[in-house]
Ligand binder design. Structure first.
Ligand SMILES: [Zn+2]
Length: 449
């Protein structure tokens, strides 16, 4: 049966362009947008009492659903804590011990069942997950995403290096890491059963945690299966230098040599990447999950998203739960804007203002919104991130907190721009009232069995 939503749509068509569809009627069937018409042209249908139309009230807007390109699902229990240490110590003191608990499937299920609906409620219609190294917990995460209706990529984490991982939490060998990854791909694909909602993703944790044999094997697995790849790349000074010391080339170049840099590969952070690395990524069609809040804790610098986007790179946003302490993509829009302003102006007031920052680094609101939606979709090669005919209806309804008052420059030209500015800067989860994935309303529903 067809469903109908009447709303004003705010979305992007490029990093620079806000696209507004005023008072349209969107017709959806089987999860796909079939028609978008001015509501005024469908009066007959709107007056038909037998047709149920969801109409957004005054001051509410329909946006494409948010895409979180980088989430560590098993770090959900430590979200907001433990960020006092540098990356390599944070891993050993907090993160590896926590992730190792996901061997217990009951623990895993309890976490997944809380996390997935919480993220959906925040408007995250697509999530790209690192799971743990555990096969069973990874499949349980895939089942939980299906049950709650979240579009997702789910990656069993592969890590086998005795130097970069603790003995209690690693693949026992490279060959086991590869075979469990292969098994998880097959099982996630059969769980999805052609629905196109959940997909496997090959997930070497990062080069310091993996032996050459494992990295090679996962690169081959990616070519054999056509499955996307995600990993961390040049996140911190430490990781950047580690790659140079071990491989003699940058982390990006090393990933390429292992066939782990492919089309739609998602490289998290990339703070210490060079223009050469960017060119390699552009040529291949790989891109960056920009995690601005997490970068403040672990990166030792700000990723220049503005320059990367101008360079032609696909850039999406990531919460990096729990390296970032906020699970909301909306908050990451705000964090990305703030971080870019610090990058542009610089932060050390003891320096001359001309020498303090990096010119031309600031992001604007439309670009931040693009990263949270269409930029992320482009990075993943998914037909979402925009509400257009033929695309899945992944959308959120948001209340604009400032809609009741006119501002000094509130003319027709500025109105919607100011609306999206306010939504990105002022909205919190409470203002996201409805969330749909593939035409299903998924926010607020409870597990049914
Ligand atoms: Zn991460």
């Amino acid at each position: 049966m067809n469903s109908f939503v009447r709303a004003t749509v705010l979305q992007t068509s490029s990093p620079e362009h806000l696209d507004v569809k005023r008072d349209v009627l969107i017709e959806v069937s089987e999860g796909i947008i079939r028609r978008i018409d001015p509501a005024s042209s469908r009066r007959e249908l709107l007056s038909d009492k037998s047709v149920r139309v969801t109409s957004l009230s005054e001051g509410m807007y329909l946006l494409p659903g948010f895409i979180d390109c980088h989430v560590h699902a098993p770090q959900w229990p430590q979200l907001g804590i433990g960020l006092d240490l540098p990356l390599e110590r944070w891993l050993y003191d907090y993160t590896f011990p926590l992730e190792s608990k996901f061997e217990n499937i009951d623990y895993a299920n309890a976490v997944w069942s809380e996390m997935v609906p919480a993220l959906l409620g925040e408007g995250t219609t697509t999530a790209v997950y690192f799971s743990s190294i555990h096969h069973e917990a990874t499949l349980a995460l895939a089942k939980t995403c299906l049950r709650f209706g979240q579009r997702s990529f789910i990656g069993r984490v592969a890590m086998d290096s005795p130097e970069g991982t603790p003995e209690y939490y690693r693949d026992v060998s490279a060959s086991e890491g590869i075979s469990l990854s292969r098994e998880s791909i097959g099982q996630i694909r059969s769980l999805d059963a052609g629905r196109g909602l959940i997909s496997p993703i090959i997930t070497p944790r990062f080069t310091p945690a993996c032996t050459d044999t494992l990295l090679n094997g996962l690169g081959e697995l990616a070519m054999e299966t056509g499955v996307l790849i995600q990993t961390h790349c040049s996140e911190s000074d430490w990781q950047h230098q580690y790659a140079l010391d071990r491989f003699g080339v940058s982390d990006t170049q090393a990933l390429k040599q292992f066939n782990l840099l492919q089309k739609n590969s998602v490289l998290a952070h990339c703070n210490h990447t060079s223009v050469n690395d960017w060119e390699m990524m552009c040529a291949i069609g790989a891109g960056v999950a920009h995690c601005p809040l997490s970068n403040a804790y672990f990166a030792g610098g700000v990723f220049s998203a503005r320059r990367a986007i101008t360079h032609g790179l696909a850039v999406g946003l990531g919460t990096d739960i729990s390296g970032g302490s906020d699970s909301s993509v909306l908050a990451q829009c705000h964090n990305a804007l703030t971080a870019s302003r610090y990058l542009e102006s610089g932060v050390d007031v003891k320096k001359n203002s001309q020498d303090r920052g990096v010119p031309n680094s600031r992001l604007d609101v439309v670009t931040a919104f693009w990263m949270a939606t269409l930029g992320g979709a482009n990075l993943l090669g998914l037909p979402v991130g925009q509400l257009e005919v033929g695309k899945p209806f992944d959308a959120i309804a948001v209340r604009d907190l400032g809609a009741g008052f006119e501002s000094a420059k509130d003319d027709a030209l500025n109105h919607e721009l100011q609306t999206i500015e306010r939504i990105l800067r002022r909205s919190r989860n409470a203002q996201i009232t409805d969330v749909w994935v593939a035409g299903n309303r998924v926010s607020g529903i409870k597990e049914s069995n």
